[in-house]
Design a protein around this ligand. Sequence first.
Ligand SMILES: [Zn+2]
Ligand SMILES: [Zn+2]
Length: 130
Amino acid sequence: MNCPRCKSSLEEETIKDINVSIQVDCCTACGGKWFDKGELAQVEGLIEPIILEIRKIPNKTDQLTPLQCPSCDSQHFMQKVEHRRDKKVIIDYCASCKGIWLDKGELEAIQKENYFVTIGKLLKWVALGD
Ligand SMILES: [Zn+2]
Ligand SMILES: [Zn+2]
């Protein structure tokens, strides 16, 4: 699997918590992370945000660049989803496989409340088309 943004190959990274450990696919070049649907289901219950070494979100132009889903075979682009609390945070969401791509910085931007829970809420929001 390759990074949808910079095309570097993604490396598996394990996120550990007391209750759970999950593997996400991480781009060491640009710092983005890919969460697929099964992974997200596991992390929804986490309490502490874990990924913190992030300083700023990408600029608007970068964020609005259409990205292809790194997981699906098809060539379709992911949906752009604005975070409901911080519209500067634009998340890429694949409607087909329900995966989410977070650019470096987006994690920090949304981790002030439980970031995993936030993603869970976001997913429900996306699913409901609110
Ligand atoms: Zn990358
Ligand atoms: Zn997909």
